[in-house]
Ligand binder design. Structure first.
Ligand code: BT5
Length: 312
């Protein structure tokens, strides 16, 4: 959000304050103040005027300017009430040369999981894709998937949920008494690059927020189900701030992931591109691969679907 507009909002939120006072305080013309106030009203900020000046009655529930207002992380926000897939939109923006954008939608009509599986994205969820251009080698790109998972898990934990991570990218919550987990969030990463350099990377994060369970596949859970409805703007702002902080300190991602994992120490079956790997999950490597102790020794798996099994 434009700095002047943010400063106006901040002044209005402790208002009332008159146009001339705003103009004087912020060092911009009264005409410019008026334009910003009109733009804020168009974006559904309820800027009222009383005898002592303008004040902010309410801010919109969930749209681009409202999200940007809450956000401290340096991402521009592109918001859609509905869009086929925020990942696809972020890829298009990447092709146009953009960076540091978070594409956010209330509904996705063609949300995608990994391997082009369907991702249910009814209204009330947090569906967001972050586009960035990190100076890393493609081999380190999986770290960005972990970054998305850690950011989503931390945001969910701040909302009061016991979120953990199932390797590599599922944010899960233990289902009471059963030893099983329900999926709260998932991450799909896409990138383009050359052999030694990532051109751009899009980390798509889907977090089931204010959604009824009946609108999601079996095995899913939602923040509404676990803790009641949340302020999506605040949860998303939290998620993006966590993402930004981790991205700035990429070496901190694996330790942060390890702290939250539900996979290490479990017996697992991993469907990897090279075949099935069965054994005990023992560690995560620096690049985000999973090391499994199998009957014939240790195997390192870079990608795949992981199932937690009951102890042998
Ligand atoms: C994922 O795939 O977990 C990655 C999901 C990424 C979604 C985000 S939303 C914003 C951005 N835009 C997109 O189009 N995608 C990203 P995967 O591990 O393949 O899990 C997919 C499987 O999870 C499906 O086959 C279903 O079984 C299940 N599933 C589908 N929708 C779900 C939901 N909303 N909550 C929990 N599980 C779901």
């Amino acid at each position: 959000m434009n700095d002047t507009r943010r400063a106006i909002l901040e002044a209005l939120s402790v208002g009332p304050i008159s146009g001339p006072e705003l103009s004087e305080e912020l060092g911009v013309s009264r005409a410019a103040i008026w334009k910003h106030i009109e733009a804020l009203r168009e974006a559904d900020f309820a800027v009222e005027s009383g005898p002592e000046g303008y004040f902010l009655e309410s801010i919109p529930d969930y749209n681009g300017p409202a999200i940007e207002y809450e956000l401290e992380a340096p991402f521009a926000v592109e918001y859609h009430d509905s869009c086929p897939s925020t990942n696809d939109r972020a890829r298009n923006l990447a092709a146009e040369g953009a960076t540091d954008v978070a594409v956010v939608a209330d509904v996705q009509t063609g949300g995608r999981g990994r391997l082009d599986r369907e991702w249910s994205s009814p209204p009330g969820g947090i569906w967001a894709s972050v586009l960035s251009r990190p100076a890393i080698a493609p081999a380190r790109a999986p770290l960005y998937t972990l970054t998305g998972a850690v950011a989503a898990a931390r945001a969910a934990r701040s909302a009061g949920v016991d979120a953990r991570i199932k390797w590599p990218n599922d944010v899960v919550v233990p289902a009471e008494g059963s030893g099983e987990y329900r999926k709260l969030a998932g991450v799909r990463t896409e990138m383009e690059g050359e052999a030694d350099r990532v051109e751009w990377i899009v980390v798509g994060i889907g977090l089931n927020a204010n959604i009824d369970l009946e609108n999601l596949p079996v095995g899913a859970t939602t923040l509404r189900e676990l803790v009641g409805d949340v302020d999506r703007r605040a949860v998303l702002a939290d998620l993006l701030s966590e993402f930004d902080a981790l991205q700035d300190d990429i070496e901190s991602v694996v330790p942060a992931w390890q702290e939250l994992t539900a996979t290490i120490g479990k017996r697992v079956r991993v469907e990897a591109p090279s075949g099935e790997v069965l054994g005990q999950a023992v560690e995560i490597t620096n690049s985000g691969a999973l090391v499994v102790e199998t009957e014939v020794g240790r195997e390192t798996v870079a990608a795949g679907d992981c199932e937690h099994l009951r102890p042998a």
